[in-house]
Design a protein. Structure first.
Ligand code: PLP
Length: 421
């Protein structure tokens, strides 16, 4: 959650000193609002915890969680590199000023056109299949190449968020890894990285520790069979954030102790040199730095429920409908003396799954009240859609108690713009 939210009786909610009412009045609803200082704090907390324990740390921010160029620029200023999964993300990363050598491409199932763009853009390619490896080696001589390993240890807050396992669509299985590196070596590549990403929304250090141990055993095997000394070992992203009020945040000290501890132990035990240790967090960096402000349009009773209809929906935040994800909601107005009521919070789409929350205890709502949907900084806008021909909202960045428009809201013309009729 954005930490210094304060709600004064007379003014309603403020985020870093900026009144929610001012934002809503100026930009309308729904609207995504981000805290620049929270993004920086999250980045530094993670970087410092890792760096304290191992000197060569790199954080590749996972652009898929939030690709707003202004947000990418903040992370660039902090010293982050980027993990990208599409050529569109590479395009935006370059616009934000990242150097190609600081952009890792971890796409899966890539088309020929995308591959050509990749080669031209000169980013670091992290191959996810043997066929992609063949293509890359056929078309170019990469200065450095990485291979995404499927360590078959997966974890995540929902089955759709698990990205490793025997039949996962991601990465290359251990049995083919030595073959992959040997091929690249024979093709003349001489600088290498290795990578995994086991899943997302993980609040316990155990899966990362176990998977890091397995990855390091693979590093050792590759080293023994090919002599390769890795420049970086990337253990992926996936650190979760507490979405529900009773959830506890990841114990970062324990995470860093265990994961870096395991990494260093294997480096020493197997004499694996001094590679960079990389992580690619998305949600941990931007998740709790974003909030969606949404207006109550309708209060409606069904046989057994009270529904509050808001102007955000699954087109604005798909996580509740897609993963059954919980996002905490708050009333942003003055709620002193209001009784509590239980609501199901529905969006405006013609779609039965368009609910943002069920059974939420909130101060009694009235039409035109503004709700804040918390922890919407990651996988909010990037997963938004125009379903039902809804318009994508504006994005606002708060920095030093000032708000700034960092993406205009779409207009009706945008819906027709690319159509030919
Ligand atoms: C390859 C890769 N790296 C990093 C991430 C970031 O995950 P998270 O936002 O959970 O940290 C993802 C997310 O799916 C990913 O696919």
């Amino acid at each position: 959650m954005i930490p210094d939210m304060c709600c004064k009786e007379d003014e309603g909610l403020k985020i870093e000193g900026v009144s929610v009412n001012d934002i809503v009045e100026k930009y309308g609803t729904p609207v995504y609002v981000y805290s620049g200082s929270r993004i920086r704090e999250n980045y530094r907390r993670l970087y410092d915890a890792l760096k304290e324990r191992y000197d060569k740390i790199r954080i590749h921010f996972a652009a898929k969680s939030n690709t707003n160029i202004s947000i990418l620029k903040i992370l660039k200023e902090e010293g982050a590199k980027l993990d990208t999964v599409s050529v569109g993300e590479i395009y935006l990363a370059l616009k934000a000023g990242f150097r190609p050598q600081d952009i890792l491409f971890t796409g899966t199932n890539v088309s020929d056109d995308e591959l050509n763009y990749l080669i031209d853009s000169n980013v670091v390619i992290n191959v996810d299949s043997l066929s992609l490896l063949d293509w890359v080696l056929d078309k170019t001589h990469p200065e450095i190449l990485s291979v995404r390993v499927n360590p078959t240890i997966g974890a995540g807050a929902h089955e759709h968020l698990i990205t490793a396992g025997d039949d996962s669509k991601f990465g290359i299985l251990e049995r083919d890894i030595v073959k992959a590196y040997s091929k690249a070596q024979h093709a003349g590549v001489n600088r290498f990285g290795i990578h995994m990403h086991i899943g997302s929304g993980i609040l316990d250090p155990d899966p990362h520790r176990k998977a890091t141990g397995k990855l390091m055993n693979i590093v050792r095997n590759v080293r023994e069979k090919t002599g390769i000394e890795f420049e970086f070992v990337d253990i992926g992203g996936g650190i979760g954030i507490p979405y529900e009020p009773q959830e506890k945040e990841m114990d970062l000290e324990r995470f860093a102790d265990e994961v870096i501890g395991c990494f260093k132990e294997k480096l020493e035990q197997y004499d694996l040199g001094n590679p960079y240790m990389c992580m690619e967090p998305g949600r941990y960096i931007v998740g709790d730095a974003g909030i969606i402000l949404t207006r109550v349009n309708t209060i409606k009773k069904t046989k057994s429920k009270t529904l509050a209809g808001v102007d955000a929906g699954l087109h604005t935040l798909i996580r509740p409908a897609m993963y059954g994800a919980y996002h905490h909601m708050i009333h942003t107005g003055c709620t002193v003396d209001k009784e509590m009521e239980t609501y199901d919070i529905m969006g405006p789409l013609c779609e039965s799954s368009d609910f943002l929350g069920r059974e939420r205890e909130l101060p009694k709502l009235e039409e035109s009240d503004i709700l804040g949907i918390l922890n919407a900084g990651a996988y909010g806008f990037t997963m938004a859609s125009n379903y039902n021909s809804m318009l994508k909202p504006a994005e606002i960045l708060i920095n030093d108690s000032k708000h700034r428009l960092i993406r205009e809201a779409e207009t009706m013309e945008d819906l027709a713009n690319k159509q030919r009729y």
